[in-house]
Design a protein around this ligand. Structure first.
Ligand code: GDP
Ligand code: MG
Length: 401
């Protein structure tokens, strides 16, 4: 789950590490040949003590190094004096080992004396570009990626990192930016709580309709919800309102029998809205807490079927409508949801098949793009394989510590 995206984000954060190793070799050789003065352009004084210049434009810029050095106390001066006697090589070796970052020679040396560094513009640009590409390739929408990257740039610009722990500092920035987006997508209330509070207010039965394209997992997800409700003391009736697809009624009946709950069905070709109406009447008569209404899959391009769902809404008046989409569908889901929204109100989304080959990026951007919360993820075919949308789980899955 999220493995590929995690790897890519981790690589983007760690890319500075790799480059440092690649770039470090010639520096090491050069400094071994002329230990006191590495060659290259963009020389810049580091400190009086070391009295040397950087090799290339610093990739990570230290915050006010001169000041740090000039403000140094006696201890630091002593440290500097002893550094004078050391060859540069062990210092580089030390910095490299501890920081493992793409630091220029000068900054690495600065890092030995100073505890804090700031990323410079070039660093931020390189990192932002790499991360942007990664997110786009992983199905995060352009809109969300752009927003995320701009905000991350600002955070990185204003952040000061521990010189020996820059990687963690960058990871923390990515985490905090991700959480801004993901917490926005959190449902205001969990589905179960939503249902329970309605029941507590005497609004019984609570009807929930599941809709979406063909084969996304509507029926399976509806069964998972019924199972979860049952475990939490909330009873349900199924409305087998997919009267279109062969074996759909049997599939719903099969789940009802397995979970141990009633199912109201019509015949194939019957009006799905009237089946839902009957199921609601049955629930009223039998004091069932909820009615879970299945629907036939419909592509967002099929206007007739989308109009039919309007009728379902008018007749069955579902309290909660859930769009069930496949996480493997990438950014297409946002467009599909937008089309459905032209016909019917949707309260939230369930993203199925996260266990399949999902890139996972749409889980990040969907709520942001559609403005709808994600209630759950489907993570398998079993009844228990339904996972509440949890930003911290996503963040921990994606960003290395
Ligand atoms: N791996 C996996 N399979 C799922 C998930 N949800 C549904 N499925 C499978 O997807 C297929 C279609 O599901 P179904 O509920 O019939 O889709 P519907 O046409 O939208 O009602 C079935 O084989 C389900 O077992 C999920 O989260 N993970
Ligand atoms: Mg179905």
């Amino acid at each position: 789950m999220f493995d590929s995206l995690r790897k890519k984000i981790s690589n983007a954060i760690g890319s500075v590490v790799k480059r440092e190793i690649e770039e470090d070799q010639p520096q090491k050789d050069a400094s071994a040949a002329t230990p006191a003065r590495p060659s290259g352009e963009g020389h810049e004084p580091i400190s009086k003590t070391v009295g040397e210049e950087s090799e290339n434009e610093p990739i990570i810029e230290e915050k006010n190094v001169e000041e740090t050095v000039s403000e140094d106390n006696e201890d630091t001066k002593a440290e500097n004096a002893s550094a004078e006697n050391e060859s540069i090589e062990p210092l580089i070796g030390k910095a490299k080992k501890e920081e493992k970052m793409r630091l220029s020679l000068s900054t690495r040396l600065k890092g030995v004396f100073s505890k804090e560094v700031k990323l410079n513009e070039t660093d931020i640009d390189n990192f932002a570009e790499e991360l942007m590409l990664t997110l786009l390739q992983s199905d995060v929408s352009y809109e969300t990626t752009d927003k995320f990257i701009n905000s991350l740039r600002e955070t990185l610009k204003s952040s000061v990192f521990e010189s020996r722990n820059i990687r963690k500092g960058v990871s923390d920035c990515v985490r905090s930016e991700l959480s801004k987006i993901l917490y926005e997508g959190l449902p205001k209330e969990q589905l179960l709580k939503m249902v329970k509070s309605r029941l507590a207010n005497g609004m019984k039965p609570v009807s929930i309709m599941f809709l979406g394209p063909n084969g996304t997992g509507k029926t399976t997800t509806m069964a998972k919800i019924a199972y979860m409700f049952k475990k939490n003391g909330v009873s349900s009736v199924f409305s087998a309102s997919d009267t279109f697809r062969a074996a759909a009624i049997e599939q719903t009946s099969f789940h009802a029998a397995k979970i141990g709950m009633p199912v109201i069905k019509g015949s194939y070709g019957a009006d799905p809205a009237s089946v839902a109406f009957d199921a609601i009447e049955y629930a009223k008569a039998h004091s069932s807490d909820t009615v879970l209404i299945d629907t036939a899959g419909r592509q967002e391009t099929n206007k007739n079927l989308l109009n039919e769902i309007k009728k379902m809404e008018r007749v069955a008046k579902p309290d909660i409508t859930i769009y069930v989409g496949e996480s493997t569908a990438g950014n297409r889901i946002a467009e599909q949801v937008a089309e459905f929204l032209k016909y019917i109100k949707i309260d939230g989304i369930i993203l199925t098949k996260l266990d399949c080959d999902a890139k996972g990026g749409n889980a990040i951007s969907l709520a942001d793009v559609t403005g709808l919360p994600i209630f759950f993820f489907g993570t398998g075919e079993g009844y228990e394989e339904l996972m509440e949308f949890d930003p911290s789980f996503i963040i921990n899955s994606l960003v290395p510590n």
